[in-house]
Write a protein that binds this ligand. Sequence first.
Ligand code: GUN
Length: 288
Amino acid sequence: MEPKIIDGKVISAQVKDEVKEKTAKLLEKTGVQVCLAVILVGEDSASQVYVRNKKRACEYVGFKSLSYELPECTSQEELLELIEKLNNDDTVHGILVQMPLPKHIDEKTVIDTISPKKDVDGFHPMNVGALCIGEEGFVSCTPAGVIQLLKRSDIEISGKECVIIGRSNIVGKPMALLMLRENATVTVAHSRTKDLADVVRRADIVIAAIGKPKAITADFIKEGAVVIDVGINRNLETGKLCGDVDYENVAPKCSAITPVPGGVGPMTIAMLMNNCLESAIRFSGADI
Ligand code: GUN
């Protein structure tokens, strides 16, 4: 059977176009101009690319973006002061500090300092807790993007066996909570899981977020399963991107699968835009 290829480029463009339309409506109705502040500390080249793409997406959807590119030697105190200033600025709706940070800065302290109301990354413990107990808050962008990929591809989640491989704070754990919220039966597998292949073979929906190239091979996959690949691994020899899933061999067994690149990747920024718009709508009190 030919699997359905879930196209993250098309679906992320849909999400961004919806955000663009609502952003214009919010401005027209209330005069509120959505604004995202992006902070980058140091010279990490991958982070510079991510930040450039985030600024570009802001332009596309009609947000104002404030960009703070700080030198590597910035002290933690200086960074926290900037965050406090942005927390208190009513014209700013989202604050994003690009990770990883230089070693002398404690990421947890930085995340805890961002106002939960402006934490459009969904990393603050208040937002993680809200997700856990089903209250309103910001959800981490990559797992939120996976839910959109499934829903907009008409893939039923309710009642399905879902196996998530990986338990990170920004993907695996929030992914499990979101799938639970959608009424899936959820298993979280990880590096200490015994007989990983046996566990994954139970799944109707497999979500791989391990960070190991091609770790999920065809023998892990039940015939007809849906496979979502969150991995982005760069082959150091060829420079090519590859996922956590051995796509070529897994795809023929699936009913649907995401490619890498062009699957989950483009969804992250689209959901960031969506979170930032949501924040501005909440601040404005408007009904958009
Ligand atoms: N670094 C890698 N991914 C992310 C992300 O989603 N948000 C932030 N702030 N930093 C990152």
